[in-house]
Ligand binder design. Sequence first.
Ligand code: NAD
Ligand code: GLY
Length: 341
Amino acid sequence: MIMPGLFGDLAAPRTHQWKGKDVFVITDSHVRTLYGQQLMRSLAAQDARAWMLHVPAGEHSKNARVAFALQTHLLEKGIRRDSIIVALGGGVVGDLAGYVAATILRGVKYIQVPTTLVAQVDSSVGGKVGIDHPLGKNLIGAFYQPAAVYIDPEVLATLPVEEFRNGLAEVVKIAVALDAKLFDKIESQARRITQQNVPLLTDLIVQAVRLKADVVMADAFDSGVRKMLNLGHTIGHALEAASNFKIKHGAAVAIGLAAESGIAVRMSLLDRRDGDRLIKVLRALRLPTKMPRISSKAKFMSALSIDKKSEGNSAKFVLLKAIGQTSIGVDVPARFIEELL
Ligand code: NAD
Ligand code: GLY
């Protein structure tokens, strides 16, 4: 369900039968302060028995140690198969809480309440849940669909502007990979988008979620067309890992989109004019497009080859063919990567 103002009414019976249920809200330290108590009060008003658990905000919480600590807390508090886990937060909380839900007692129902734009347009939809491993991002996880996703674009009002922009990178990714008309809209409305116009933002979120949901329904387990959604992510994930997660996911995806479109142009897969349009849109949304200096090239290269999209020994890329069209499983010769670095 996507609706401005939905959060205020989240624990109403129309979203779920909360009455008498044991509900475990998992959130992070920032979102707990902003929205946690409000959700706890409305769950209590519906006669649910609710607990809130929180982890420190940021990517560094998305790991096996934190997941295990959450599982221990849940077991100590008596979680049962018919309990409900609510993931309240950004993509870190969604991936982590979803992973905990998938594994505890061999699977407990969970609901996504995404509060960042990255989470609203991407991570809360599609059931990819997981944690990072020292050898790379998202290497441990599962496909585990949420029972529901509740999206309120108004909660984005409290998001730091940098985090809002990070989410725009995923919106651009979905549009440029799948829908030339949506890309045209973003191109022509870039200024209003950066001003966070709520009706326009709601429309973009609805379109992005619909596009993603269609792809997920066609290929839930990422063995075919869903790989398109990894556009910009092969370089993006390697950048995140090589920067020890100082570069945030959305920013890394923006740089990845720009870098991978440059590779596609050099490989004569993509017309330069389309590559230039993409870079112009990213810049208009104030997203980074230039590769930063990489202090550990070895870490970058090893993250590239261990990325879960790789098969055999070489990284497989998703590359743009035109605005709205991609090629998946492209072998990129090593010299193009070396040029980037
Ligand atoms: P995040 O979860 O770290 O959130 C970013 C920051 O915003 C955090 O500090 C958080 O506390 C804060 N925040 C969240 N909501 C807020 C709000 N409404 N107001 C103020 N502050 C708020 O980061 P993210 O960008 O949401 O997610 C990135 C993660 O998502 C990465 O780990 C990435 O791998 C994952 N991801 C997963 C998928 C998937 O399909 N599962 C897709 C895309 C990204
Ligand atoms: N975020 C990529 C996917 O869900 O497949």
